[in-house]
Design a protein around this ligand. Structure first.
Ligand SMILES: [Zn+2]
Length: 127
């Protein structure tokens, strides 16, 4: 269930039903168009998951490359930073989808009565 949700997030699909898209172009939907799940009912929660699952590891990578490689091999280090930047921009929607999936899992495991998660549609659910 955890791996399924994360995989759906990585594929930019709703972590709940796996059917609805998270994005239209570069902007994301408020809720799933298939099952009605609200992706980020409390923006502050998603922000925390984004920081811990996304920004901290990236920051660590940049620090490691900068202090570990740029200091000794300048051209190589700067190339690695450039490649990293391209990869980060390229995968931004996927990483954001994983953040939504992580947040969704926390809502499933620690339910909030005020935050209703819709029933999963029974139509041929793609796992
Ligand atoms: Zn959905």
């Amino acid at each position: 269930m955890i791996r399924t949700s994360l995989r759906r997030g990585l594929r930019k699909r709703c972590p709940h039903c796996g059917k609805g898209p998270l994005f239209s172009g570069w902007s994301h939907f408020e809720r799933c168009s298939v099952c009605g799940l609200v992706y980020a009912p409390n923006p502050g929660d998603t922000w925390a998951f984004t920081v811990f699952g996304d920004r901290l590891p990236i920051g660590a990578m940049i620090v490691v490359i900068y202090f570990g490689v740029v200091q000794s091999h300048r051209a190589l280090g700067l190339t690695m930073l450039g490649v990293l930047a391209v990869v980060l921009v390229w995968t931004a929607p996927n990483r954001w989808g994983v953040g939504i999936a992580l947040h969704y899992l926390s809502r499933v495991f620690w339910p909030d009565p005020a935050d209703r998660i819709p029933p999963v549609p029974t139509i041929d659910v793609d796992t």
